[in-house]
Design a protein around this ligand. Sequence first.
Ligand code: C2E
Ligand code: MG
Ligand code: MG
Ligand code: MG
Length: 279
Amino acid sequence: RVKENGKNNFQFYTPDMNDAVTRKMQLEIGLRKGLERGEFNVCYQPQVDVTTGKVIGMEALIRWQHPELGNVSPADFIPIAEETGLIIPIGEWVLREACRQNKRWQDAGYTPLRMAVNISSRQFQQSNLVEVVRKALKESDLDPQYLELELTESIIQDSKYAISTMHQLKAMGIHLSIDDFGTGYSSLSYLKLFPIDSLKIDQSFTRNIHTNLKDAALVQTIISMAHNLDLKVIAEGVETKDQLDFLQLRKCNEAQGFFFSRPVSAEQLSDILQKQSSD
Ligand code: C2E
Ligand code: MG
Ligand code: MG
Ligand code: MG
C-alpha cells in the first residue's frame, strides 16, 4: 500500500503506519476466518414512527467479536470486506440471519415489522444479488414487504445496471431506501430514475439540527423534497428529545437513534417489542 502511493510522492514510513498496515492485514485474515468461526452476530436498532412513537421496523447491524482484537467496529472492517470481496459472503450471511430473525418475531405474534438490511455497493453489483435475496426470503418464509434494503448513493456509478436490479427487487415487493442521504456527492437526478421508497437522512445532519442553521435548513429541505417526490423520510442519529421535536414539527415520518435505543441483541429487542405490545 505505502509503496503504491503515487509516483513522485515521497512517503515517510512511521511506526503509526506500520501499526495501521499490520492491523489491516490482521483484520483481512480475521475476516476470512470470522464467518467459519462464528465470530459475527447481528444486532438490531429500532426504527420508530414519529407520530405514534411505536417501533415499526429495525435495522440489522453486523457486529464482530475478534478473538484477539475484541469488538471491531463495522466502520473499520466493512471497507476491508468490500475491498477484498469478503462482503459478498458476509453480507449474504447478514441478510439470511436478518430475514430469519424477522420471521421469528412474526411467528412469536408481534405486529409484523420491517427489517432493513445494509447492502454495500460491491454486493449490489454482484450479478446474482436478486437470486441471493430471493433465496433468503424463501428460506426464511418472510413476506418481501417486510424486507428493506438500504443502498448508498455510491451504487449510482453504474446507473443502468442499478436501475434494472432495483426494478427486479421492487417487483418482488421489497422496500428500497437510500442510506446516508446527502453525503454521496451525487446528482439529485437519480431520485426520479430510481424506484425507491424512502430516504434516510444522514446522522451528520441530524446531529447539528440545533446548533447549525445550515444543517437545520438541509434537514427541513430533504423532508419536503422527499414528500414532494412521494418518498418517506427517516432521520438517523436521533439522540435528543429536541431533535425529535424538530423532526416531528417538520413531518419527518420515522426516526432512529440512541434517543430510542442503541442497536441491541435480538433478545433485547424482543423485550422492547414485548413491552410495546402490552402498552
Ligand atoms: P449505517 O447503515 O448508516 O448505520 C447507522 C450507524 O449509526 C450504526 O453504526 C449505528 O450504530 C449508528 N447509530 C445509530 N443511532 C445513532 C445515534 O443516535 N448516534 C450515533 N452517534 N450513532 C448512531 P454501526 O453499527 O457502527 O455501523 C456503521 C456502518 O457500517 C453502517 O452505517 C453501515 O454503513 C455499515 N454496516 C453495518 N452493518 C452492516 C452490514 O451488515 N452490511 C453492510 N454492507 N454494512 C454494514
Ligand atoms: Mg444503514
Ligand atoms: Mg446511515
Ligand atoms: Mg453510515
